[in-house]
Design a binder for this molecule. Structure first.
Ligand code: AHR
Length: 503
């Protein structure tokens, strides 16, 4: 099988916002407790944060991390998580039916973000609470001092403001499962008024309004249109969420589902354009894809367990163990985000540690990389710069999820600061190898500087505590660069990253 790709320096999609490779950590299961925070663990630092986990997070370099939810945020009182630890209340979390000890709150998490070298992105509760709690939270976090809430932060031991720039106005407010679920009109009005109040405090904040929880919601895409009608001029981004499932165990159909994501982004882009035109607005709202991942390995079983349990603390929840097939899916999701980076400025893998996450930990034990760690790692490390529009000729197949779809899924990024152009490729074919031939235009290439291949595994292979490196990249791609033409031999079902150095 052969595929042909045309790449040219001038065919630019967009300068990629570095925040496209963000992450998300929710107070859910063991994401925070025994995930990033475990005082008493042999690798815990003086703040109780696990250094082994911090090292893995720094490897991934998420530029931004969303916190504290997720569904959790819609019944969360941020005040419970500040002040002396011994006085913090034990609460029942209605989203996941667990107990929340509040031993980590916004101040500790801001410290963790500094140690992890990631920017803090916060969500306010617009489910059980309203504008007032949101504006007080903002003042607590960002005002230098001399006001009630900022002085309280100082009294709690954080003299410097956290200076959080990115704020989500609630979470999945279209979802009937959400505490404080609203209609589009109700939510749009609350979001508008909250955004206006927050921008009265600081006009430079970037505010994210909730779009649909996924593109199968009955209210999609009317939800986006109505919410944006209400608040277009007060906000900056609209959020999308999508989780991928393969319950039917149909690899080809599963791998075609990124086409749904691509359409979802394009449709919401169209709704943004429509509302912008209707309002005669000069402003371009962009997309914040602040939850995406594969999530199905534990989903139904978790739901049954949750219905039966008695409010446990930090239970094992949403601990999907990812396989090799998921590497290919996550590689294609990231390719989709790169190809849509003119619309999608911010995106967050959901989530970062233990809970549907690239990093797993054992309480008191080791931390390791799940299979999906790697495509995220390569995109985050090599995918910064300018996204290039490619012309791709590839054999195709037909799938229920997508219609006709190419076997080759590919994206490319030019990083002028590092003098490199990088291709990310997935061969979706189950049994056939593919020779991909890329003509490189407008660049003086000097060689293949970096390369990685993940292939040759059974689709069900996983990385576990006992076999942590079963699925890992090799640094050897069968690739050749000659006279501005890059030939890559992609084995069946494979992920490859090839980075070319430039003069
Ligand atoms: O990431 C897990 C959950 O998925 C989040 O809490 C929620 O926003 C979404 O439904």
């Amino acid at each position: 099988m052969k595929a042909k790709v045309l790449l040219h320096r001038d065919f630019v999609i967009s300068q990629i916002d570095r925040r496209l490779y963000g992450a998300f950590l929710e107070h859910l299961g063991r994401g925070i407790y025994t995930g990033i925070y475990e005082p008493g663990h042999p690798n815990a630092n003086e703040h109780g944060f696990r250094e082994d986990v911090l090292a893995l997070v720094r490897e991934l370099r998420p530029p931004v991390t969303r916190y504290p939810g997720g569904n959790f945020v819609s019944a969360y009182n941020w005040e419970d998580g500040v002040g002396p630890r011994e006085q913090r209340p034990m609460r029942l979390d209605l989203a996941w039916r667990t107990k929340e000890s509040n031993q980590v709150g916004v101040n500790e998490f801001a410290d963790w973000c500094k140690q992890a070298e990631t920017e803090l992105m916060l969500a306010v509760n617009l489910g059980s609470r309203d504008l007032d709690a949101a504006r007080n939270f903002l003042e607590y976090c960002n005002h230098p001092g001399g006001s009630t809430w900022s002085d309280l932060r100082i009294a709690h031991g954080w003299a410097e403001p956290h200076n959080v720039r990115l704020w989500c106005l609630g979470n999945e407010m279209d979802g009937p499962w959400q505490v404080g679920h609203k209609t589009a009109t109700e939510y749009g009005r609350v979001a508008n008024e909250t955004a206006k109040a927050m921008k009265a405090f600081d006009a430079e904040l970037e505010l994210i309004v909730c779009g649909s929880s996924h593109s199968e919601m009955p209210s999609y895409p009317a939800w986006e249109a109505e919410v944006l009608e209400q608040c277009y001029d007060a906000i900056d981004h609209i959020s999308l969420h999508m989780y991928f499932r393969n319950d039917e165990k149909q690899t080809l159909n599963y791998l075609a589902k990124t086409a749904i994501m691509e359409r979802y982004i394009e449709t919401v882009g169209g709704v943004i354009d429509y509302v912008q035109a209707k309002k005669r607005s000069k402003k371009k709202v962009t997309i914040c894809f602040d939850e995406w991942n594969v999530w199905y390995h534990t989903r139904d079983a978790d739901r049954e367990r949750m219905d039966a349990w008695d409010w446990p603390e930090q239970p094992r929840l949403l601990e999907d163990i990812y396989n090799f097939e998921d590497v290919l899916q996550v590689g294609s999701i990231l390719n989709t985000l790169i190809r849509q980076s003119d619309r999608v400025r911010i995106a967050c893998i959901a989530q970062l540690v233990n809970v549907i996450a690239p990093i797993m930990t054992e309480p008191g034990g080791l931390a390791w990389r799940q299979t999906i760690f790697y495509p995220y790692y390569f995109a985050s490390r090599f995918g910064r710069g300018t996204a290039l529009r490619l012309a791709v000729e590839s054999p195709t197949y037909s799938a229920e999820a997508s219609g006709e779809i190419p076997y080759l899924d590919v994206s490319a990024v030019h990083d002028s600061s590092q003098k490199r152009v990088t291709l990310f490729m997935v061969n979706r074919h189950l049994t056939e190898a593919m020779e991909s031939v890329t003509e490189i235009g407008g660049f003086a290439t000097t060689g293949i500087a970096d390369q990685a291949l993940i292939s040759g595994h059974d689709i069900n292979d996983t990385n576990t505590l006992d076999a942590q490196n079963r699925v890992a990249p090799t640094a050897r791609v069968d690739a050749e660069l000659r006279d501005g033409v890059l030939k890559v031999a992609l084995p069946p079902l494979s992920y490859a990253m090839v980075s070319l150095s430039l003069r």
